[in-house]
Write a protein that binds this ligand. Structure first.
Ligand code: GAL
Length: 600
C-alpha cells in the first residue's frame, strides 16, 4: 500500500512538473513573423562569450596578467569588480557545454586569452603547455557536445608585458607579435577550428582602449594614438589572413587526406597522391572536389555532380605527402573580423543630416571595413582626419584588399545623426527624434536603446556598400534594466530581452529574405558575465549567473528558452569534425616564420 502511495505521489509530482514546465514555456512568444521555419532551419544560431569576461583562473596554469587584470586590480571597475574568477568557465566548461547542448546550441563563439597561451606575449617567447592543454580540452569538450567552435583571436585582453614593452597596439612591434600568436593558435587548434576572427571590435580597442583610455590599459593617447592603433591592427589582420591562406605549413605533414580535402584543394596540392589513393581505390574522383559535412563516419564528397561516400579509414590515414598545404586548405577554414557599429539614421531629411549619417557610418565602420574590402580608408575620413590618419603603402593596400572570408558584425543599437551646414566632419548623435520621442526603450546600458529596425537598415547598408560573400552576426543582445537588483526568479522572466530578440531577429530575417548574406548569428551572451567597466552590474546573458552563490549557478532565462525553441533547436548543425580529439602536442617554443609559398 505504502508502495502504491509512493508511486501515486511520484506520478502526481511528475504531472505537476510537466504542467509547470508547459506553463513556463507557453508564455513564450511565437517565432518572429518574418522568420519562416525554412529560413531558421537554414541558418546557424549560436551564442558568444570572451575569455576575460567568463574564464577566470586569472593566475592559474601559467597565465600572466592582461591589461584588464591590471586595470581591474587598480580599481577602475564599478564595485571594484575584477575578472579574477568571472563565471569560472576555466573550471566549469564541461557543465556549460552540457547546458548549451540541452538548449540545442550548436555554435559557440569564444576567445583565446593571449597571455594564457604566450605568457611573455611576444614572438620567440615560450608557448605555455598548460594554456595549450586547457584550450585543447575546452575545444574537444565542445566538439564532443556537437558544438562548433568559432574563435576570436583577440578580444581586448592584451598581455600586460606587451603594453609595458611598446604600448601595445600603438607600437609597430605589435604586428609581428600578433601574427606569431595567431600562428601558434592555427598550429595548435587549426585542425579543429574552421572559423577565426582576428579582432573583436577594433573601434572599441582603438577608441576606448587607446584613444580615450576609458578601457584598459587606461592611458589616453588622443586621436593620433587612436588612428595609429587602427593602422597597426589592420596590418596585423591582413598579415594573419595571408598567413592562414598563403603560407605552407610544414606542421601539417601528417595531415590526413580528410584534412586536406576539407577545402577545395587544388589537385596539384595532392601532387603525389591521386584521389583514388585517397579513396583507397573505391572511388576515383576527377576534379574540383567540394567537401561537405565531416560529422559522420562517412564523409560525403561531391564531384562532377556525383556524390560519393568514403569510409572512416579515409579520415584517419596520415599522409606525409601533404606537407605544403595551407592552414585554410587543411581546415576548409575562414578568417574574418568582428566589427561593431551603431546604425545612424538622419535626424531629418535635411542634406546635412543625411551627410552626417553617412559620414558617421564611414568614420566608424568604414575606418576598418573600407581598407579590408577596398584597400584604403574612406575618402571622407582621409579628409576629416588628415592630420592624424596614417596612410597605406601600395603593397599594404594590396594585402588588405579582400583580406577577409566573412565579415563579422556586432550589432546592438541605432541612433539619429544630426549634421552641420558649416562643418562636414561634424556628426552629432541623438536618441530622440525632432519631436523629442525616444528612438527606443533604454536598456540597462546607457548606450543601448532597443531599435529593431536599425538592424535591418544597417544590414542593407553593409550589403550594398561592401557586398560581402558572407556576413556573420558575431554579437547581438541586450542588458535588461535593473536585472542585477532582482532575485533569480525575477531575473529569469526577462520579457525585455525576449522582446529585444524577437524584434531584432524579425528584422534580421527580413534582411536575409531580401538577399543580405547572413548565414550565422550569435547572441551575446551565453551567460551573464564581466561587462568591462560595469563589472557584473550589467547582465547580457540568456542564462542567469548567480554571482553570490559559491557554485556560480547558471539558470536559463526566458530569452534562452525563446531562442532555444525557435532558433537553436531548429537551426543548422555545426558540421564539426573531431578528427584528432587529443589535438596537437604543444609546441615547445614559438614557431619560426612561415616559409614562402611554393610555386604551383
Ligand atoms: C561588445 C563586446 C562584448 C560585450 C558586449 C556588451 O561591445 O564585444 O564583449 O561586452 O559589447 O556590451
Amino acid at each position: 500500500m505504502a508502495h502504491r502511495r509512493l508511486q501515486l505521489a511520484a506520478v502526481l509530482a511528475l504531472a505537476a512538473f510537466a504542467v509547470a514546465q508547459a506553463r513556463q514555456i507557453s508564455h513564450l512568444p511565437d517565432a518572429p513573423a518574418m522568420c519562416p521555419l525554412e529560413m531558421r532551419k537554414n541558418t546557424r544560431w549560436g551564442v558568444a562569450t570572451a575569455s576575460y569576461q567568463v574564464e577566470g583562473g586569472w593566475n592559474l596554469g601559467g597565465r600572466t596578467p592582461s591589461v584588464w587584470d591590471t586595470f581591474s586590480h587598480a580599481g577602475f571597475i564599478k564595485n571594484n569588480d575584477t575578472g579574477d574568477v568571472a563565471c569560472d568557465m576555466y573550471h566549469k566548461y564541461p557543465q556549460d557545454f552540457k547546458l548549451m547542448r540541452e538548449l540545442g546550441i550548436k555554435h559557440y563563439r569564444f576567445s583565446f586569452s593571449w597571455n594564457r597561451i604566450l605568457p611573455q606575449g611576444g614572438k620567440g617567447t615560450p608557448v605555455n603547455p598548460e594554456g595549450i592543454a586547457f584550450y585543447n580540452s575546452l575545444i574537444n569538450e565542445m566538439i564532443a557536445n556537437n558544438i562548433r567552435p568559432y574563435a576570436t583571436i583577440f578580444h581586448w585582453d592584451l598581455p600586460q608585458v606587451l603594453q609595458d614593452k611598446y604600448q601595445g597596439l600603438i607600437g609597430e612591434e605589435f604586428i609581428a607579435d600578433f601574427v606569431n600568436y595567431a600562428n601558434v593558435l592555427f598550429e595548435n587548434f587549426g585542425d579543429r577550428i574552421r572559423d577565426w576572427m582576428t579582432f573583436n571590435e577594433p573601434w572599441v580597442t582603438c577608441v576606448l582602449q587607446y584613444g580615450q583610455g576609458v578601457f584598459a590599459p587606461g592611458i589616453p593617447m588622443g586621436d593620433e594614438g587612436m588612428y595609429k592603433c587602427g593602422h597597426n591592427l589592420l596590418k596585423a589582420h591582413a598579415k594573419t589572413y595571408e598567413l592562414y591562406h598563403k603560407a605552407p605549413q610544414a606542421k601539417l605533414d601528417n595531415a590526413t587526406f580528410a584534412d586536406a580535402a576539407r577545402g577545395k584543394v587544388p589537385q596539384a596540392k595532392l601532387d603525389n597522391a591521386t584521389f583514388a589513393d585517397a579513396a583507397r581505390g573505391k572511388v576515383g574522383i576527377a576534379h574540383n572536389i567540394e567537401y561537405l559535412e565531416p560529422l559522420t563516419h562517412a564523409a560525403a564528397l561531391k564531384a562532377n555532380n556525383v556524390t560519393c561516400y568514403f569510409l572512416l579509414e579515409f579520415l584517419q590515414v596520415p599522409q606525409a605527402k601533404l606537407d605544403n598545404v595551407t592552414f585554410a586548405d587543411a581546415a576548409r577554414g575562414k578568417v574574418g573580423i568582428a566589427l561593431n557599429i551603431e546604425y545612424l539614421e538622419p535626424l531629418t531629411e535635411a542634406k546635412e543630416d543625411v551627410a552626417a549619417a553617412n559620414y558617421g557610418l564611414e568614420k566608424n565602420l568604414g575606418w576598418f571595413a573600407d581598407p579590408l574590402f577596398f584597400g584604403d580608408y574612406p575618402a571622407s575620413l582621409k579628409s576629416c582626419a588628415k592630420d592624424v590618419l596614417p596612410s597605406f603603402t601600395a603593397e599594404e593596400s594590396k594585402l588588405l584588399k579582400g583580406s577577409l572570408d566573412f565579415l563579422g558584425i556586432n550589432f546592438y543599437t541605432g541612433k539619429f545623426a544630426k549634421g552641420s551646414t558649416t562643418d562636414k566632419c561634424s556628426v552629432e548623435t541623438r536618441e530622440q527624434d525632432v519631436n523629442g520621442k525616444d528612438i527606443g526603450p533604454l536598456a540597462e546600458s546607457s548606450w543601448l536603446r532597443v531599435v529593431p529596425w536599425s538592424f535591418y537598415k544597417l544590414l542593407k547598408y553593409v550589403q550594398s556598400r561592401y557586398d560581402p560573400k558572407q556576413i556573420i552576426i558575431t554579437e547581438n543582445g541586450v542588458s535588461a534594466p535593473k536585472e542585477d537588483s532582482m532575485s533569480v526568479q525575477q531575473a529569469i522572466r526577462d520579457d525585455f530581452r525576449v522582446n529585444y530578440y524577437k524584434g531584432y531577429l524579425d528584422y534580421l530575417c527580413k534582411a536575409i529574405s531580401e538577399g543580405v548574406k547572413v548565414n550565422t548569428y550569435f547572441a551575446w551572451s551565453f551567460m551573464d558575465n564581466f561587462e568591462w567597466r560595469e563589472g557584473y552590474s550589467q547582465r547580457f546573458g540568456i542564462n542567469h549567473v548567480d554571482f553570490d552563490s559559491p557554485e556560480l549557478t547558471r539558470t536559463t532565462k526566458d530569452s534562452g528558452k525563446f531562442l532555444s525553441k525557435h532558433f537553436f533547436r531548429v537551426g543548422r548543425g555545426g558540421g564539426v569534425g573531431a578528427r584528432r580529439p587529443g589535438g596537437r602536442q604543444p609546441t615547445k617554443e614559438t614557431p619560426k616564420a612561415a616559409k614562402p609559398a611554393k610555386q604551383q
